[in-house]
Each structure stands twice: as structure tokens, then as C-alpha cells.
Design a protein around this ligand. Structure first.
Ligand code: G3H
Ligand code: 13P
Ligand code: ZN
Length: 323
């Protein structure tokens, strides 16, 4: 199967009550770990590339690695997506350079400016057979060069979504319902503590999600900032010389609930970074004399694969859906 757009994936996910995982790729080990897991579990998958990933690894290397993964996994649909495109030029470059989907993230602009830029990207993308994700509302956290302080995020306003989608023609919409980028999604002040003294984040705003669904029935919704920051990997990082106090993410059961509704794409990057970093730190601590990158990147790649398999089965519900 060649690279596909997300159109059919999202139609089936919407009707089937599951979501497609969108995982950020920056190097070969990440591409292999994600696609091996998706291939073995017969799950559709989205590989996404940020502006920062392109700057790090080079557009051509990333596309060629993804093409190799497509050849190695002919039974599953794979989409190649630009994550957080911030300009028409960047989106155009990815559309011209083999991507099947792009995100134009003009969510920090005014409503009218967001519409104007999104519409411009949609016109070019659709003329080239590429689909477009747009965003309304802002998440807290860091994405490429944009940093939104926790507390300065703004939830999507359901009353705006119909007009936005009809005027832009976008194919999917990322909304803000309380998820956040990075490994530090909430401050301690935003959380409560359970009986064991563990921080519990504020629940996702399902009321906002339902408000959006009411106004856009059948339309695919996207959640960014959806890593769960598993505490076992935070502990692993900290045990082997790292320092990540109070790293906290989105509870997986809430994401599973969202996936059963209109949420068709769930973005996960930080959990992959955490799993790789924890395992590399552990490897170095246990093998201080080793210096061959293949030795420490092998468990890191396996950790990516295990993490993605866990998400596919326990969060997304997309296993077996490529059949
Ligand atoms: O939301 C952003 C993604 O996690 C990508 O992060 O800009 O560091 O590549 P990045
Ligand atoms: P996380 O930082 O929660 O993994 O979010 C990733 C993301 O939204 C990429 O666009
Ligand atoms: Zn994001």
C-alpha cells in the first residue's frame, strides 16, 4: 500500500469508535519502532513531522525513511503528516515534497486571520490531493517556537466551529479541551492529590467536546498534547540520573473515552521521548563501558515499539482495524 491520506482512516475511525495514533518521527529508530508495532497489530497509523523534526533530520531523509516503512509494512495504511505547520510556505513545501496531510496551526491568530490562512492552505492542498488539519483554541505547553504558559490556554468555543469549518473547508479540526503539550502538562496548583498523595490532573472538558460534536456531526476531531507521561518512565529517568520532578500527563482512560466519540486522531510524542530517554539512561547506567550507538539505541527502539503497541491497544482501540 502506498502512503494514504487520513480521509478513509478517519471515516472508519469515526464510525468504529476508535482513534488513529499520530506519532512524531525524528529518526530511524522512532520510525521503525512505531511502524513495527502498528504492522504487528494491524493498525492504521499516522507518522507526523514537525518543523523542528525537518530542521533536525532533513525533509528528504524523513520522507525516505517513511517510504521504507511503508514498503516494509504493506498491509497497513500509513499517512505522512506535517505537525503544527505555521505558514503557507511550510505547508506547500511538505505538500510538494510527498506528505499526504498537513496541519496549518494558525490558532494563535485572530479568528479571521486563522480562517484566511487555513483557507489558503486548504485550496493548495486539495488541489494536490492532500488533506488539511486546522486548529481552533490554544493548548498550554511548548510546540516548536510557541510557548503558552499553563493558565493562558483557551478552550475551543463550540459556537465558532461550524463557521470555521465551512469557511475554511478543512478536513479535520484540532480542539482545545484541556490537553497540553510536553511532559509538564499541569502545575501542582492545577491538580488535586489522591489518598496516596499522587497528583491528579483536572479532567478533560468533555462538555466542550460534546458541544463541538453537536455542531459538527460526523466531522473528525483531533487531540494534541495527549501523552500520558507514564510515571514508571518518569521514575526510570529519575532513577538513572535524570531530573523530571512533577512530570504529569493526561490519564489514558479519558483519552480512550474521547476516542470512542468524534476524536479520530490522537497526537502522542512526549511518551515516546520519555520511553527512549529512560531506557537509554538505564542502559548507560548498567553498561558504563559501552559506546556503540547500536547497543543503546536498540532498547530505545524496542521501548518506542512497546509504547506504541500499548497506545494502540489500550488508548486508541485501532488494533486490527487495518484488516
Ligand atoms: O507538539 C509538538 C510535537 O511534540 C513536536 O515537538 O517541535 O519538538 O518537534 P518538536
Ligand atoms: P505530547 O507532548 O502530549 O506528546 O503532544 C504531542 C503533540 O501534540 C504533537 O503535535
Ligand atoms: Zn501538537
Amino acid at each position: 500500500m502506498a502512503l494514504v491520506t487520513t480521509k478513509e482512516m478517519f471515516e472508519k475511525a469515526y464510525d468504529g469508535g476508535y482513534a488513529i495514533g499520530a506519532f512524531n518521527v525524528n529518526n530511524m529508530e522512532i520510525v521503525q519502532g512505531i511502524t513495527e508495532a502498528a504492522g504487528e497489530l494491524k493498525s492504521p497509523v499516522i507518522l507526523q513531522v514537525s518543523k523542528g523534526a525537518r530542521a533536525y533530520a532533513n525533509h528528504k531523509y524523513l520522507v525516505k525513511m517513511v517510504e521504507a516503512a511503508v514498503e516494509e509494512n504493506p498491509e497497513i495504511p500509513i499517512a505522512l503528516h506535517l505537525d503544527h505547520g505555521d505558514s503557507f510556505e511550510l505547508c506547500k513545501s511538505c505538500i510538494d515534497g510527498g506528505f499526504t496531510s498537513v496541519m496549518i496551526d494558525a490558532s494563535s491568530k485572530s479568528f479571521e486571520d486563522n480562517i484566511a490562512l487555513t483557507k489558503q492552505v486548504v485550496e493548495y492542498a486539495h488541489a494536490h490531493g492532500v488533506v488539511v488539519e486546522a486548529e481552533l483554541g490554544t493548548l498550554a505547553g511548548v510546540e516548536d517556537e510557541v510557548c503558552v504558559e499553563s493558565g493562558n490556554e483557551s478552550y475551543t468555543r463550540p459556537e465558532e466551529v461550524e463557521e470555521f469549518v465551512s469557511r475554511t473547508g478543512c478536513d479535520s479540526l484540532a480542539i482545545a479541551i484541556g490537553t497540553s503539550h510536553g511532559a509538564y502538562k499541569f502545575t501542582a496548583a492545577q491538580c488535586t492529590r489522591n489518598e496516596q498523595g499522587i497528583l491528579v490532573p483536572p479532567p478533560l472538558r468533555f462538555d466542550v467536546l460534546h458541544g463541538v460534536i453537536e455542531r459538527l456531526p460526523g466531522f473528525p476531531i483531533v487531540l494534541h498534547g495527549s501523552s500520558s507521561v507514564p510515571q514508571e518512565f518518569v521514575a526510570m529517568v529519575n532513577q538513572y540520573g535524570g531530573n523530571m520532578p512533577d512530570a504529569i500527563g493526561i490519564p489514558e482512560d479519558q483519552l480512550r473515552e474521547a476516542a470512542k466519540l468524534a476524536v479520530c486522531k490522537i497526537n502522542i510524542d512526549s511518551d515516546i521521548r520519555l520511553a527512549m530517554t529512560g531506557n537509554i539512561r538505564k542502559y548507560f547506567a548498567e553498561h558504563p563501558d559501552h559506546f556503540d550507538p547500536r547497543q543503546y539505541l536498540k532498547p530505545a527502539r524496542q521501548a518506542v515499539k512497546d509504547m506504541v503497541a500499548h497506545k494502540i491497544v489500550n488508548v486508541l482501540g485501532s488494533d486490527g482495524k487495518a484488516l
